[in-house]
Design a protein around this ligand. Structure first.
Ligand code: E4P
Length: 217
């Protein structure tokens, strides 16, 4: 499973990229606003840190203007992935852009039927929002299971990008279902490394090693 980080903050991206475990980045208008940075400038900087797809979202609601915005965004770098909302105009834009060889991430997906439409529109990624789905009394993981089943039934190449990930259990469940990608805030990715028994084990080994009086270097 590929790991994307869901942020527009440079430092956490650098830190995670240095682990060699980061496959891409997702941003959205809210994350750009939170960063306080210029959209074009911060997207360019992120694209220079990671080799994988960097999602940059259009903000227009009509197809024609979405295409104009995408034209500007895709010139930023080769690894820019244009993010469009799951609407009629968004999917028209998706079809046109992927037809020209541009990566597209279809966002704000909350039903398996929407995911089916996105795959038919040739989306590179579909982003079902599991956390927001859970918040509204549904089971986000049921949605991922349904999309996996449908995509496998028809051999769709669209990758399932589990988004709105809130905790490490979401990551585990997504991996068990066979989602292709997950995007999570930096904290959730850092939490994946943690286990109380790992910390305890290191503590024990260090204490015993100190007793030997030896050193490797
Ligand atoms: C995905 O691409 C979105 O940016 C993101 O995962 C939304 O998550 P949120 O529900 O935590 O805002």
């Amino acid at each position: 499973m590929k790991f994307f980080v869901d942020t527009a903050e440079i430092e956490p991206i650098r830190e995670l990229a240095a682990t060699g475990l980061l496959d891409g980045v997702t941003t959205n208008p809210s994350l750009i606003a939170k960063s306080g940075r210029d959209f074009m400038e911060v997207t360019r900087e992120i694209c220079g840190i990671v080799d994988g797809p960097v999602s940059a979202e259009v903000v227009a609601l009509d197809h024609e203007t979405m295409m104009k915005e995408a034209e500007i965004l895709r010139k930023i770098a080769e690894n820019v992935c244009i993010k469009v909302p799951l609407t009629v105009d968004g999917l028209k834009t998706c079809k046109a852009l992927t037809g020209e060889g541009t990566m597209v991430n279809v966002t704000l997906c909350f039903s398996a039927n929407q995911a089916l439409l996105a795959a038919k529109a040739g989306a590179s990624f579909i982003s079902p929002f599991v956390g927001r789905h859970d918040d509204n009394g549904f089971d986000g993981m049921d949605l991922i299971e349904d999309i996996r089943l449908i995509y496998d039934n028809y051999n769709f190449a669209t990758e399932i990008l589990v988004a709105s990930v809130r905790h490490t259990t979401h990551v585990l469940q997504a991996a068990k279902i066979g989602a292709d990608v997950m995007t999570a805030p930096p904290k959730v990715i850092h939490d994946l490394f943690k286990h109380v028994l790992t910390d305890k084990g290191i503590e024990g080994f260090m204490a015993d090693w100190a007793k030997t009086g030896q050193s490797i270097l």
